[in-house]
Design a protein around this ligand. Structure first.
Ligand code: CA
Length: 224
């Protein structure tokens, strides 16, 4: 899952990025409103953390413009402005949630998790494909009840596949949701990651493989 942080205070932005990366998210930062709007409208993100008072385009305008452009990426406003009036204006601009600084990182994480799963209309925390389960909170991955150890990027890749269970995902889609902007990832690299993931979740279990290659299109995960 890939998140954009639009925040002009470098210290806050960098610490959010660091914290989210420890939770296996790919994170891009924009330190001003114009760059933030450009990234949000051209790249694919699963959520946006948005400050309101920014140099260049302000947060409310960014949120309004994105919705006007029919970009429905979940937006969490993170701001020092804590008056009821500010919250109302923020949510009316099309944002989905609102948090006031100073904030607890634990709460920020919980809200991000809620925003990312909201469109999938699933309350179930644990993702399941056949006998494979993924708990996004504890990062426990199990197949047939057996715990599987994965690297950080393998976790992110598997989570993205499982959140889109049954859907064919192109290599480009996978790259843009699992890696950040600065990562120099080639489509061939995805093949290597998929192979490593198969060696851990499919091969040892000698059952029908869950990760499928759709020649010429990409990959999907499904239980049938
Ligand atoms: Ca600010």
């Amino acid at each position: 899952m890939r998140i954009l942080v639009i925040e002009d205070e470098h210290r806050i932005a960098n610490s959010i990025k660091k914290g989210l990366e420890q939770e296996n998210y790919a994170v891009d930062i924009a330190y001003n409103g114009d760059d933030g709007y450009d990234l949000a409208s051209t790249e694919e993100y699963d959520a946006i953390i948005l400050d309101l008072m920014l140099p260049g385009m302000d947060g409310i305008k960014i949120s309004k413009n994105l919705r006007k452009e029919k970009i429905h990426t979940p937006i969490l406003i993170l701001t020092a402005k804590g008056q009821i009036q500010d919250k109302v204006i923020g949510l009316d601009s099309g944002a989905d949630d609102y948090m006031v600084k100073p904030f607890s990182f634990e709460e920020l994480l919980a809200r991000i998790r809620a925003l990312i799963r909201r469109p999938k209309t699933t309350i179930d925390q644990v993702l399941t494909v056949s006998d494979l389960t993924f708990n996004p909170k504890t990062f426990a991955v199990k197949r047939s009840g057996k715990l599987i150890a994965l690297s950080n990027k393998e976790f992110s890749l598997l989570e993205y596949l499982m959140r889109n269970k049954g859907r064919i995902l192109s290599k480009d889609q996978i790259i843009s949701h699992v890696w950040d902007y600065d990562a120099d990832i080639l489509p061939n690299t995805i093949e290597v990651y998929i192979k490593n993931l198969r060696n851990k979740i499919d091969l040892p279990f000698k059952k029908n493989p869950l990760i499928k290659t759709i020649r010429g299109f990409g990959y999907k995960i499904s239980g049938d």
